[in-house]
Design a protein around this ligand. Structure first.
Ligand code: SAM
Length: 191
């Protein structure tokens, strides 16, 4: 099992000071859901916890790092959320483990700088149900940012949109992230 490149995060408090996770999910269209959600690389559960509050389904929060899995599970338990399944899993070598067409929302947040983005996007599309959405955010390249992977591996929204179409998504919608000045967002839909 191997971590994707440049996937470390600073302490939780600093990481979560960079954006408003709930507002980002809302901007991506991940709210008032009735289906399952899968997050690829959940970290501290920064997005998995607010996602669980936005769906009546289960949030499958995947991370290769057992400390991140434990942190997410503990946060869910502390918040009284029973619909978070935090799982240790290498999504690069093992995929998400979710059945085809089974999730309403797939979250690819601060992760698409990995070595093979097309493979991950294809896995996200495989597990999405008809009418489902994959939400993508990443650090901007056009402004100075306090974190983020090196510019030579940091994807921009146009590149990610092209990858998404290659991976079989039908539509790419740019999302305004007013609560995240250093990030851009895309909602990937269909077919
Ligand atoms: C930059 S952090 C982003 C966390 C979260 N998506 C967020 O935005 O708050 C990337 C996360 O992906 C995890 N990760 C790295 N490689 C992975 C792999 N192959 N399979 C599953 N998780 C992985 C890391 O452990 C880390 O928690």
């Amino acid at each position: 099992m191997a971590k994707i490149r440049d996937s470390g995060v600073p302490g939780q408090e600093l990481w979560e000071s960079f954006f408003d996770a709930g507002a980002i999910l809302d901007a991506l269209g991940c709210y008032a859901l009735t289906g399952d959600v899968v997050e690829f690389g959940c970290g501290y559960g920064t997005f998995a916890i607010p996602a669980a509050r936005r769906t009546s389904g289960t949030v499958f929060a995947l991370d290769i790092d057992p400390l991140m899995v434990a942190a997410t599970a503990a946060r869910a338990a502390g918040a009284g959320l029973t619909n978070v399944s935090a799982l240790q899993r290498d999504f690069v070598t093992a995929g998400s483990g979710r059945p085809a067409g089974s999730v309403r929302c797939a979250l690819l947040l601060n992760i698409l700088h990995l070595e093979d983005p097309l493979r991950l996007l294809r896995e996200a599309r495989r597990v999405l149900q008809p009418g489902g959405t994959a939400g993508v955010i990443h650090w901007r390249r056009d402004v100075a940012t306090p974190r983020g992977p090196p510019l030579d591996i940091r994807p921009d929204p146009q590149q990610c949109g092209e990858w998404a179409l290659q991976a079989g998504f039908a539509r790419v919608r740019a999302c305004e992230l007013s609560a995240a000045p250093w990030h851009w967002g895309l909602a990937l839909e269909g077919p």
